[in-house]
Design a protein around this ligand. Sequence first.
Ligand SMILES: Cc1cc2nc3c(=O)[nH]c(=O)nc-3n(C[C@H](O)[C@H](O)[C@H](O)COP(=O)(O)OP(=O)(O)OC[C@H]3O[C@@H](n4cnc5c(N)ncnc54)[C@H](O)[C@@H]3O)c2cc1C
Length: 293
Amino acid sequence: MDFLTPVGWDEALELKASAPDALPITGGTDVMVELNLTARRPTALLDLTRIAAARQWSAEDGFVRLGAGVSYRRVIDEVGALLPGLAMAARTVGSPQIRNRGTVGGNLGAASPAGDSHPPLLATGAEVEAASVRGVRRIPIDDFFTGVKRNALAPDELITAVVVPISRGPQQFSKIGPRNAMVIAVCSFALALDPQREVIGTGIGSAAPTPIRAAKAEAFLTGELRERDLWHRRGPLPESVVEHFAGLVAAAAAPIDDVRGTAAYRRHALSVLARRTVNWAWDDYWTTGRAAA
Ligand SMILES: Cc1cc2nc3c(=O)[nH]c(=O)nc-3n(C[C@H](O)[C@H](O)[C@H](O)COP(=O)(O)OP(=O)(O)OC[C@H]3O[C@@H](n4cnc5c(N)ncnc54)[C@H](O)[C@@H]3O)c2cc1C
């Protein structure tokens, strides 16, 4: 097996173009498990860890551009104040060792329905920056996940970064598993309030073939908040609104029965997560007087 070691993106993209079967490796926390436990033997590994630019992040014009090689640990420590939902999700990933090596770029590359970074990226409307020798493009996160562990990257493309709107209001992430740490989600849910645009974003993990948004739940809550003028008037959410929102979130899922849980349990759990997170986020908004437009 060849081990390719580019030191910059240009070199990495040239290598990927000439050897599209080369398997990218960043933190290796998915790739090494696959190599060790399965018969997968790629012809080459494309090691992206020597690319300094991949480990950089920047904040500009209301967005964070998070290099594909930024670890979960650094998301939590360095970017948490700007992207609180993503940082909450990062705190639940694996163990300290996994958070030190694992990256959001690798999570997107793996495109597992259970990837913990995906729901907050969906809830905030992030974009995946994909590059090849042909150029750079931004893929809206809604179009990125194309099937179970499949994504919209072309064979010659690499993820160079993910571009995430800086938080404009409270965000939440919640995940269910059989214990508190080292757990792949039975299901997960992310919520982002945007008081400036007066919209709600959601993301559901581990309850459909791909991570998905609960579009009807978003539209319902966005409409209720506007009609009731709650963004400006401020005050608690009516219980009936919370219940209906939670029901729409559960209905958006398309879960299966598997070793981690039944479809029925996942739907029920999602409605609980939705109810809790919307109460936490909304209470944070109206009781702390965070800025509305
Ligand atoms: C013990 C353990 C616990 C875990 N717990 C969790 C958890 O709680 N939540 C969770 O979501 N995940 C968990 N994982 C899975 C894994 O840690 C995450 O998916 C992590 O985000 C992968 O990042 P990485 O940098 O290690 O990716 P890698 O293993 O390097 O790569 C993952 C995939 O992405 C591709 N890839 C990597 N970089 C790029 C790139 N720049 N462009 C295109 N493709 C790329 C690789 O080819 C591979 O297919 C766990 C794994 C282990 C071993």
